[in-house]
Structure formats: C-alpha cells, structure tokens
Design a protein. Structure first.
Ligand code: HEC
Length: 152
C-alpha cells in the first residue's frame, strides 16, 4: 500500500515537473543564453575556466618556449592557457600551487602519467615523446601563469 502511494506521488511529481519544464520553454525566436558547457562550468568535479578569464602575464623567454611545448603536448586536455577542457582540469588552481604540487609532480605526471585521483576526467596517460628538457620550461610557463592569477 505504502509503496503504491509512493509510486503515485513520484509519478504525479514527474508529471508536474514535466509540465513546468514545458511551460518554461521560451517562445520561438526568443533569445536564449548559450548553454555553458561543462568545460567552463567550474564545478568541483570538473573544474574549467574560460581561457579568456586567465590573466596573461608578460612571459619570460623560458616560459615562452614552455608555452609552445605546452600548447603541443598538454593543451589538448589542460586547455588553452591551462584553463582546462572536458578532458582535463585547469592547472591554474590552488590544488596545483607549488606548495601542493611541486615541480617533481609535474615531471612525474607527464613522464609516467597520473591515475585519476582528484577529478573525474579519467587517468592522464604519459605524454608521448615529452622530454625532461621540454618539461622544465613548461613548468616555468605554468608557474608564471599561476603567479599572475594569484595561485601561489
Ligand atoms: C590525455 C589528456 C592529458 C594530457 C595530454 C595531459 N594531461 Fe595532465 N592530466 C590529465 C588529467 C585527466 C589529470 C587529472 C588526474 C586526476 O584526476 O587527478 C591530469 C593531471 C595533471 C597534473 C596533476 C598531477 C598530480 O599529481 O595530481 C599535472 C601536473 C599535469 N596533468 C600536467 C600535465 C602536463 C605538463 C602535460 C603536458 C606535458 C599534461 N598534463 C598532458 C590529462 C592530461
């Protein structure tokens, strides 16, 4: 008995909710704000920032070199300006500040990969062909970006 009542209540609730969603549709031709993708959602599980919201400092020569290699090897997942994508988190996040993820963890991540442990993007595979010589400047670049954005 009780469960039948419960099911009835749930169904009534669903019907009401459906009607509400239908009623709240904008009229045809109305301006609808673009749907914000998960990439820019900035939730705890999938942090992403708009690349345009990242403060871009004047980069040192080493960081410029690092940016070129980051854009080739890392941006596909970590995004332009390390803002994050649906495949990987932004690295301009207090979690990745030097005191919490020192440079060694950046080398390790790129050379050995990372088993997902902070987010729900999945594992980070080792980055094919990346070398320690490239990673030094990539880390300098990321630290300069972090610094300019108050992540330190
Ligand atoms: C195929 C996608 C992908 C690529 C390419 C990639 N990453 Fe990642 N990376 C991830 C994901 C996903 C995580 C988050 C794992 C987790 O949940 O903690 C991550 C995490 C990290 C972390 C944090 C490591 C830790 O100890 O928690 C660092 C640092 C990092 N990436 C640096 C880089 C650098 C530098 C490059 C380029 C050389 C790169 N990543 C390329 C997907 C990627």
């Amino acid at each position: 008995m009780a469960s039948k009542f419960l099911i009835g209540t749930v169904i009534t609730g669903l019907v009401l909710a459906g009607g509400f969603v239908w009623l709240s549709q904008p009229p045809a031709g109305a301006q609808v704000a673009p749907v914000v993708s998960g990439m820019h959602g900035g939730t705890d599980t999938q942090p992403g920032l708009n690349p345009d919201d990242i403060v871009l400092p004047v980069l040192s020569a080493t960081a410029e070199q690092g940016k070129a290699d980051f854009d080739k090897g890392c941006a596909v997942c970590h995004g332009v300006n390390a803002a994050g994508t649906e495949r990987g988190p932004t690295l301009i996040h207090s979690l990745y500040r030097p005191g919490h993820h020192p440079d060694g963890s950046f080398y390790r991540a790129a050379l050995q990969g990372v088993v997902a442990h902070h987010w729900r993007f999945g594992n980070m595979p080792p980055v094919p062909g990346i070398t320690e010589a490239e990673l030094g400047p990539i880390i300098v670049y990321l630290r300069e970006l972090q610094q300019a954005n108050g992540v330190n």
